[in-house]
Ligand binder design. Structure first.
Ligand code: PAF
Length: 281
C-alpha cells in the first residue's frame, strides 16, 4: 500500500503500467466505511490496481459549518484499506495542487439533472462535484471509476460529466451498503449519536414501505404517508421526499407506463444531513 500526495509521483508509479494494466478509481472524501470498502473490493476484482482518492472537496459544500465538521480520519482510513488484499494506491492531494491554483468550481450545464433534489437544495454542489471528479479523472486517467448509488443523483451527474468532458472512463454504479438497521452507510453517520443513529433508520424504513406500497398507492398518497411518518418523529426533520423518474430525476406526480422510478429522501438528524434512495418497481 502506498500513499501519494502529489499527482506527479502517483503517475511515476502508474504510467509504466498503462496500456497493460486496468486501473480502477474510487473517489472518496475519506471517513471510510463498509460502503467504501465494497467499492474498493469491486474495483480490485475488476482491475489490476485501484487508486482510492481521499479528498474533502471544499467546492461541493454550500455550508461552511458542514465542511468544517466533515469527519477527517486519514490514519483510520489507511488502516481500513490495509485490511484488503490487492494493489491499492492512496491519493491524498492538496487542494491547491489538485485544483492547479485557485480552489473554485467550474460552471457546468448538467441540464435538468442539476435542478432537482440535491441540486435544488445545495446550490453549486454539483458544479463542485463535477469539477473535482474531472480533476481526479484527468490526474489519474482510470479505466473505470466506482460510485455508490446512495448518491444516485451524483452518479447520473458523473455519467453526464464524462460526456461533457469527453473522458474515456467507465462509470460503475454500485449498490448501497446498509447497517443492520437499514440505515445507508455514510461518512456522515460518524457524526450521529447512538440515539440519532437508531432514529435515522426511519429513513430506510420509510423508503422500504414506499417500495412495498408503490403499486397499490398513488404518488400523492405516498407523499402524504412519508410526510406523516416524519412529522411524528421529533428526532428527524424531512428536507424532501421525492418519487422521481430514474432517468431524468424529474419529480413524478403520476405513474406512467414504461417509466421507472426511484424514491429519494433527504432528512436532518440534528445538524447532520442524510440522504438515501430506493428503486421502485
Ligand atoms: O461521493 C463523494 O464522496 C464525493 O462527492 C466525491 C465523489 C468523492 C467527490 O468529492
Amino acid at each position: 500500500m502506498k500513499v501519494f500526495t502529489a499527482a506527479g509521483k502517483l503517475n511515476e508509479f502508474i504510467d509504466p503500467l498503462r496500456g497493460t494494466k486496468k486501473i480502477g478509481l474510487i473517489p472518496t472524501m475519506g471517513a471510510l466505511h463498509e460502503g467504501h470498502l465494497s467499492l474498493v473490493e469491486r474495483g480490485l476484482e475488476e482491475n489490476d490496481l485501484v487508486v482510492v482518492s481521499i479528498f474533502v472537496n471544499p467546492t461541493q459544500f454550500d455550508n461552511a459549518g458542514d465542511l468544517k465538521k466533515y469527519p477527517r480520519t486519514l490514519d483510520a482510513d489507511i488502516a481500513l484499506l490495509k485490511t484488503l488484499k490487492g494493489t491499492i494506491l492512496i491519493f491524498v492531494p492538496e487542494a491547491v495542487e489538485l485544483y492547479q491554483g485557485t480552489v473554485v468550481s467550474k460552471k457546468y450545464n448538467f441540464g435538468s439533472l442539476e435542478n432537482e433534489m440535491e441540486g435544488k437544495h445545495r446550490k453549486g454542489h454539483f458544479d463542485g462535484v463535477g469539477t473535482v471528479v474531472n480533476l481526479l479523472f484527468r490526474a489519474i486517467l482510470p479505466t473505470r471509476a466506482y460510485f455508490g448509488e446512495k448518491d444516485f443523483q451524483q452518479l447520473q451527474i458523473v455519467k453526464k460529466l464524462v460526456e461533457i468532458e469527453k473522458l474515456s472512463v467507465d462509470i460503475i454504479g454500485c449498490e448501497i451498503v446498509r447497517e443492520d438497521s437499514g440505515l445507508a452507510m455514510s461518512s456522515r453517520n460518524k457524526r450521529l449519536s447512538a440515539t440519532q443513529k437508531e432514529e435515522a433508520a426511519l429513513i430506510s424504513k420509510t423508503l422500504k414501505a414506499v417500495q412495498k406500497d408503490f403499486r397499490k398507492k398513488s404518488i400523492h398518497e405516498l407523499n402524504t404517508f412519508v410526510k406523516e411518518a416524519f412529522a411524528s418523529n421529533p428526532h428527524l426533520k424531512l428536507e424532501y421526499f421525492e418519487i422521481a423518474n430514474t432517468k431524468t430525476l424529474k419529480t413524478a406526480f403520476r405513474k406512467r407506463k414504461n417509466s421507472s422510478y426511484r424514491a429519494f429522501i433527504a432528512a436532518f438528524a440534528g445538524e447532520v444531513r442524510l440522504i438515501d434512495n430506493m428503486a421502485l418497481k
